[in-house]
Design a protein around this ligand. Sequence first.
Ligand code: BDR
Ligand code: CA
Length: 311
Amino acid sequence: MAEKLIYDTDPGIDDALGLLLLAAAPEIELLAITVTHGNTSQDKCLRNALQLAELCGLTHVPIARGAQEPLVKELSVAEETHGDGGLGYAQLPEPKLQPVSEPAHDLIIRLIEENPGEVTLLCVGPMTNIAVALLKQPGIAKQIKRIVSMGGAIHYPGNVTPQAEYNVFCDPEAFEIVLNAGIDFTLVPLDVTYQCLFTTDHLSRINKAPAAIFDFIKESTRFYMEFHAAYQGIQGCAINDPLAAAILLAPDLVTYRDYFLAIELQSPTSKAKTIADHYGALKKQPNAKVAMEVEVEKFMDLFIERMNRLA
Ligand code: BDR
Ligand code: CA
């Protein structure tokens, strides 16, 4: 039976590629796309989600507007990484699709309550929507099947401050709430996603996808590659969010380690750092399963094969 999934996202170039992968996955029943602030403003992320759903034939999936800003800190956006509109150089037609009127956190609560124990949340942006849902209706924690989250950095440096990963950085308080809610939690951190560098060689193998899909991938990743080269000296672009989606289809792409994780909420220099208790010094039970190694080319093959399958 297909896995019931809510995609909580801030599109964003790699979020968009993650959605394309979900669109090419019969293993997944996508119940909703819930949009958060993050890579760009909530309004732009929402527009991007509507355009992307039209691009990849997901117009039957409800798309809900989520949080405009983080729980505590001020809003951040990453337009140097994802472009002014959030999708790099890609231009998509003005969407005809409309968001549903239900706010994202209420839609999340309702879908979980209607499908107790069956819904997986794939969270690839800041955790604000999920934290708001848990604060409003704490009982849903026991009814969520599991959360798979792209976020954090264990041994790898931060990609926004020396130690903080962007999704955690955008709303560290929300991330800490979700991490401590007692939900089965899998983290896909930069340690694995920054091994997965998509290059023009990979792009050239997406030769059976419809032209509109190919053009979107080409133009969005062209911007993303320029960012990685200019800011990080990296050739290719890290396709973080698709890796988190891919482990739903092929869990063996990564190897996991159980950790007790916490988020640093105070320090001015390391705020939003993901703290992993490597040696059990805090004597706490693990609260997360963390992807620590990845089979890079196996993942790239899967991604390319699924893109070529999109009709
Ligand atoms: C994460 O932050 C965003 O820029 C990406 O979409 C990804 O979810 C990587 O740190
Ligand atoms: Ca994202």
